[in-house]
Write a protein that binds this ligand. Structure first.
Ligand SMILES: [Zn+2]
Length: 58
């Protein structure tokens, strides 16, 4: 995915929209970016996947 888009998403989802946590790693949450898209999860159960076109995936 485009770096610009990735940075935009990182900024938007650095804090979990559900619980506000900014913790990553150690089972607290994950943030993954690769050519296929962006995935942010949180240990509160929040999870979002956005593809390389910026579309939210189920
Ligand atoms: Zn959360």
């Amino acid at each position: 995915m485009l770096l610009r888009k990735a940075l935009e998403l990182m900024e938007k989802y650095s804090n979990c929209p559900d619980c506000g946590s900014d913790r990553l790693g150690n089972g607290k949450g994950t943030l993954n970016i690769d050519e296929d898209g962006f995935i942010r999860t949180c240990n509160c159960g929040f999870s979002i996947k956005i593809n390389s076109k910026g579309e939210m995936q189920k």
